[in-house]
Design a protein around this ligand. Structure first.
Ligand code: KIV
Length: 289
């Protein structure tokens, strides 16, 4: 059961810090950090304004994930996702939300080459979307970049374990950390990123003990996906948990049957168009109405 009221209150007071009427106070990065070890953080992906509106009252964070490459654009993986896609969808999600902190993924190629490149692209995403922070994938090699961005005013969510942008190196999306050496590396990655100033961290697709150890050892909240219920929060790709796709990975729980619902409605509509049952008298403009 969500504890957040569904009806949003809309105070319209202004100040110099908030010169335009702000419907309600959004969760901030410091407040998210304070949730370490407290009430679990609820995060879901969002890519469009209407979905953001529906999910916003119930989520602490909305992630404009680069998974939009697959979910929205039908790409085989996230490698081809562009800054333009992230900026456009990030802005839409910010427009559709009042309460959740919106975090935008940095796409592959926009941050790895240098901290300076990462800063330019992260700043662009924050300016063009109004999001609260960015997320980037990678282990300890990204720690200097996280430190560079954080110390210059850009909140960074890290992402360790299975990092989908590295699919061409990893060769697939299998669970990480089965071997002791890899498990140790993932824990070290997480500690380095947290020490570098990451305000939160996604742990994706790892053996559960790794997620538990990281959660105990790092200062920032951990957000699990295919990780552990002991993480400080959870995230899923919304369309996965709504049941939009036929194949559901092991770590996804289906909370809806969206593809069946959509197909049922479309079949019904198609039948009614073909039988001329739609439009009916209620949907027709006649004189005097
Ligand atoms: O792109 C995405 O949706 C993500 C989540 C799966 C964490 O990174």
């Amino acid at each position: 059961m969500s504890t957040t009221p569904k009806t949003l209150t809309m105070p319209v007071s202004t100040s110099r810090a908030n010169p335009t009427p702000s419907p309600m106070k959004r969760l901030t990065v410091p407040r998210i950090r304070q949730r370490k070890g407290g009430e679990p953080l609820v995060m879901l992906t969002a890519y469009t304004v209407r979905m953001a509106q529906i999910m916003d009252p119930h989520c602490d964070m909305l992630l404009v994930g680069d998974s939009l490459g697959q979910v929205i654009y039908g790409l085989p993986h996230t490698v081809a996702v562009t800054m333009e896609m992230m900026a456009a969808h990030g802005a839409a999600v910010v427009r559709g939300s009042y309460h959740a902190a919106v975090i935008v993924d940095m796409p592959f190629g926009s941050y790895e080459a240098s901290p300076e490149l990462a800063f330019a692209n992260a700043a662009r995403l924050l300016k063009e979307t109004g999001a609260a922070g960015v997320k980037l994938e990678g282990g300890k090699v990204m720690a200097p970049t996280v430190e560079f961005l954080t110390s210059r005013g850009i909140p960074v969510m890290a992402h360790v374990g299975l990092t989908p942008q590295a699919v061409n190196i990893l060769g697939g999306y299998g669970v990480r950390g089965k071997a002791d050496a890899e498990a140790k590396t993932i824990v070290e990655d997480a500690i380095a990123l947290s020490n570098a100033g990451a305000f939160a961290m996604v742990i994706e697709g790892v053996m559960e003990p790794i997620a538990i150890e990281i959660t105990q050892k790092v200062a920032c909240p951990t957000i699990g996906i295919g990780a552990s219920a002991q993480c400080d929060g959870q995230v899923l790709v919304t369309e996965d948990m709504l049941g939009l796709f036929e194949r559901t990975p092991k770590f996804v729980k289906r909370y809806g049957a969206m593809s069946e619902m959509v197909e049922g409605a479309v079949v019904h509509y198609a039948d009614e168009v073909r039988s001329r049952a739609f439009p009916g008298p209620e949907q027709i403009y006649t004189t005097g109405q």
